[in-house]
Design a binder for this molecule. Structure first.
Ligand SMILES: Cc1ncc(COP(=O)(O)O)c(C=O)c1O
Length: 391
């Protein structure tokens, strides 16, 4: 008979981003299901108004994703065929895909080597008479040089659309993100600082454009479902332009309202995890996220390190494998856009064009981070990294 060996149980897995949903969110969703109204209705309206109040935003339009919000921002900026939109190579493909879908050409400019955000000087050099908009990203939650982009846009007569998928809670040199661009797009995807599972928000100071965004987000219909079938509604509607199916549901908005109530506490927990990483990894040869300028705030969405084999003695993939073996999930933000086959083939991009973005793309690793993570879990991540780097 085989002898039974004593085994120590494996430590619990640490996911890359555990959703921070508790009893309040569960109750909120059940309440929506019980209410009999699931799609865009009173909770979406309440979430938009609460979001406006929380961040001092003039107009917020809830959508079913940040991708949808970005697309609407471009359309409302009159971006179309023959135009160019300048953005960063260090972003998620959605930022570039929405430009492609308008018929415009995405023009990439390299990142700043310290902040990893779109470099204003590189963006300035990419402006041509065909440039219609600038689409910079608050990478990882690090504040963009918004004032520089505002000045550049004024001089060139173009719009600024900020991709703030990572930037809820970011404060730049120009103010609270959401209040400083012609349009700002936020994401409430599962891993984001505030989550509705899937979801997004478009913000703008222009009330007329916000109203048009709302119409475009629901097929171009003049009257949404609540105005047709809610109390006192009227069934007739007109279609005033060909729109999209980009509206948020009340189920999502109920989650958003609860998450908004807890946002300050969730951000505080993210900052705590950030501190554990910052202090625990400080003496290692990893490159850690750069501190932000005085008077600005990092949203602490992603804690990304650079693992350069020549200085660390192991590659990014080696470190990711060691963490995976210890049950710790990581991610990569991002593989540079111009290295993906579609964009390279269609726009003729090639390696060597954006060296700063390529360096990050080749070496970056994102550590687990969420408001549902404990400081003890972050310590375990630190210990695993220290062991692998022989520290
Ligand atoms: C920088 C950036 N922009 C846009 C998006 C798209 O967000 P969503 O999934 O809400 O459409 C993401 C998604 O993670 C992102 O990281």
């Amino acid at each position: 008979m085989a002898q039974q060996r004593a085994t120590t149980p494996a430590p619990a897995a640490i996911p890359f981003a555990r959703p921070a949903f508790g009893d309040a969110e569960l109750t909120a969703v059940v309440d929506v299901l019980a209410s009999g109204w699931l799609t865009s209705g009173p909770r979406v309206q309440a979430f938009e108004r609460a979001f406006e109040d929380a961040f001092g935003v003039p107009h917020a339009v809830a959508t079913n994703s940040c991708t949808a919000a970005l697309h609407l921002g471009l359309i409302l900026s009159d971006v179309g065929a023959g135009d160019e939109v300048i953005t960063t190579p260090l972003t998620f493909c959605a930022t570039v895909n929405v430009i492609v879908h308008t018929g415009a050409t995405p023009v990439l400019a390299d990142i700043d080597p310290i902040t990893w955000n779109l470099d204003p000087d590189a963006a300035q050099a990419a402006i041509t008479p065909r440039t219609r908009a600038l689409l910079p990203v608050h990478y990882a939650g690090a504040p963009l040089a918004v004032s520089a982009f505002q000045r550049m846009a004024r001089r060139a007569g173009v719009r600024v659309i900020e991709d703030a998928a990572h930037g809820l809670g970011t404060v730049s040199d120009a103010g609270v993100v959401g209040t400083t661009a012609d349009f700002t797009a936020f994401s409430f995807y599962a891993t984001k600082n505030l989550s509705t599972g899937e979801g997004g928000m478009l913000t703008t100071a222009d009330g007329e454009l916000a109203a048009r965004a709302r119409t475009l987000a629901l097929h171009g219909m003049s009257r949404d479902a609540w105005k047709r079938y809610g109390p006192g509604g009227r069934a007739m509607y007109d279609v005033v332009e060909p729109g999209f199916k980009y509206n948020m549901m009340d189920i999502q908005a109920a989650l958003g309202l609860e998450q908004l109530r807890q946002f300050a506490a969730m951000q505080a927990r993210r900052a705590e995890i950030w501190r554990v990483y910052d202090e625990g990894l400080a003496d290692l040869p990893l490159r850690l996220p750069a501190p932000v300028a005085d008077g600005t705030t990092h949203a602490h969405h992603l804690f990304t390190v650079l693992v350069v084999p020549e200085v660390c003695g192991c590659s990014r993939d080696d470190l990711a494998a060691a963490l995976a073996e210890a049950g710790i999930s990581t991610s990569i933000h991002f593989r540079a856009i111009h290295l993906f086959s579609y964009y390279a083939e269609r726009y003729g991009f090639r390696r060597g064009q954006f060296p700063q973005a390529e360096f990050v793309s080749d070496h970056t690793l994102s550590l687990p981070l969420s408001a549902a993570m404990t400081p003890a879990e972050a310590e375990r991540v630190v210990e695993t990294i220290r062991r692998r780097l022989g520290a």
